[in-house]
Design a protein around this ligand. Structure first.
Ligand SMILES: [Zn+2]
Ligand SMILES: [Zn+2]
Length: 220
């Protein structure tokens, strides 16, 4: 089982074209900052800039009313994910009011982790639980022999692979063509509670429709 974890790698310049959470979004000219379609209609908060093979994933989440605003629903309007072309991106003008930017810009490095599910020494209460590649990789990150927990907070998510513990009925439809979408990335809240995105303690999922260059984001 292989998982490409995204690991916290210190801070990054706010407008850099590197994998990061926080900072200022980079987008094509003319891009308008997305507003929430679920609560007060205020601006979404910029979450992540993730260069991928065929462009840049750009993710926004509403933080105006966490708990009430339905960021667990990909179609609620409380989240937005885009697949931008890599060229011609420029910093987006930030709205003057609202919860638009995270308190810190966090650089991300990727780390390929290979795990044999038979080697993991979790206390098995039963054998009905199917091993989950992302969950195993995250739980094992920097875990010393004999220790129960590693440094999970350093794990900011993963790219590629398959969605962790996601029921089929939660798979999103493309907002443009209504077709099935490909899983692209997991996003965790962040390295520290002071600088993290509030996802209600849940894991975030990014999906993409490459034909439409459309994205979707929602939480567990
Ligand atoms: Zn909202
Ligand atoms: Zn589509």
């Amino acid at each position: 089982m292989q998982t490409t974890l995204m690991i916290y790698d210190g801070t990054a310049p706010a407008d850099s074209d590197v994998p990061r959470t926080g900072g200022v979004p980079l987008a094509p000219a003319g891009f308008a900052w997305p507003m929430c379609g679920s609560c007060c209609g205020g601006p979404l908060q910029f979450f992540a800039h993730l260069p991928v093979e065929d462009g840049v994933l750009s993710v926004f989440v509403c933080q105006n009313d966490p708990g009430a605003c339905e960021f667990w629903d990909a179609s609620s309007g409380a989240n937005r994910a885009y697949l931008f072309p890599r060229e011609g991106l420029q910093p987006v003008a930030v709205p003057e009011t609202g919860l638009t930017l995270l308190p810190a810009t966090s650089a991300i490095r990727t780390q390929l982790v290979t795990l044999d599910p038979d080697d993991t020494d979790d206390d098995d209460d039963g054998d009905e639980l199917v091993p989950d590649a992302y969950d195993l990789a995250r739980s094992d990150w920097k875990r010393e022999p004999g220790e129960r927990f590693g440094k999970q907070r350093e794990v900011l998510g993963s790219v590629g692979g398959s969605p962790s513990y996601l029921e089929d009925d939660r798979l999103p439809a493309c907002p443009s063509c209504a077709g099935t979408m490909d899983f692209a990335a997991h996003l965790e809240e962040g390295i520290s509670s002071e600088t993290a995105m509030n996802l209600g303690g849940q894991l975030g999922y990014v999906f993409v429709c490459r034909a439409c260059r459309a994205g979707a984001f929602f939480t567990d």
